[in-house]
Design a protein around this ligand. Sequence first.
Ligand SMILES: *Cc1c(COP(=O)(O)O)cnc(C)c1O
Length: 375
Amino acid sequence: MSQPQDFIYLSPPHMSGREQHYIQEAFDLNWITSAGANITGFEQELGGYLGMHVAAISSGTAALHLALLALGIGPGDEVFCSTFTFVATANPILYVGATPVFIDSEPTTWNLCPSALEDALKDRVQKGKLPKALILVHLYGMPAQMKEIQEITARYGVPIIEDAAEALGSRYQGQLAGTFGIISAFSFNGNKIITTSGGGALVSADAKLVEHAKWLATQAKEHTPYYHHTTLGYNYRLSNISAGIGRGQLEVLEERVQQKRTVFQNYKRLLEDVQEIEWLPEPEGFFSNRWLTCITLKKGSSLTPEQLRLKLLEGLIEARPLWQPMHRQPLYHGAAYYGGGVADDLFARGLCLPSGSSLSLADQERVVREIKGAF
Ligand SMILES: *Cc1c(COP(=O)(O)O)cnc(C)c1O
């Protein structure tokens, strides 16, 4: 739906101006579809940045689906998953016919709680079954507590699939998010820190896994001159046009990270005197791309997040609730859950503020005025 011109969106696409150049090249060579120099270029450039092998995929969700398939996960298997996330993190578990087990957050990073993870693993061992993988999300760009989580999963021999869809450019102890897991997924959907209009990537240090994922993503065609198939495949590759947009966006990734971080710092400074607002801190050793600036309202606040959201909307400003935890979704009714209600509390008290990397200071001051007015 179209909005008035001065409507402030949550996180709109922000072009660098270089995208057209790559798209024009694709048109000039008539490489419009699922092969071409932009795809290989995008894979190499993103791979160079991450120091990993990359497969360009049609969406982040499809990349997660392929990750589970590449690890051979299927019916009868259990997969652990962060409960506090967007539904696309969990749905691929159902696509492959496996069973999700949801794990709560901790309050420091809002991501997977190591002690809830440990409790869950102990309990599953007693029930006689270990999960085949853990899908770990770095929500809103904040890295999870990797050291503690890796120590636990290594002890139980459970591989980590990172959902780094929101965390491109974020770091934990200097290491980029999306380079910890056996396989990781990124998203380049329109509202992410960089976009390909729609798209994703599957990433791994293991070149064979990435090759296998590319093969699954191109209908699993056997290496014969005719069309011969022994495995169920998918049509999951990114188009050469979309990859061209991605190349133009990758050129400004570090700039976008700095812009998102500035948006966060501005909000924090300008709203300093609003006592009812709390901020997600960045602990020592953590570096968030601050994809979205999220706040929580203190217990006993004079406004609910929903009241604040509606006030902002009256001022032509888009704010959004935090993700509703997966164990609260009717879709996942009955799924096992381990935790103490941290994600529930965040959902009840949280709100995402407009955080576009192109948000002007003047527009941000308008948001701040509306927030102060609401309180
Ligand atoms: C956006 C997102 C996805 C899905 O990515 P698409 O490219 O939209 O399929 C997965 N997980 C998280 C946490 C996301 O934010």
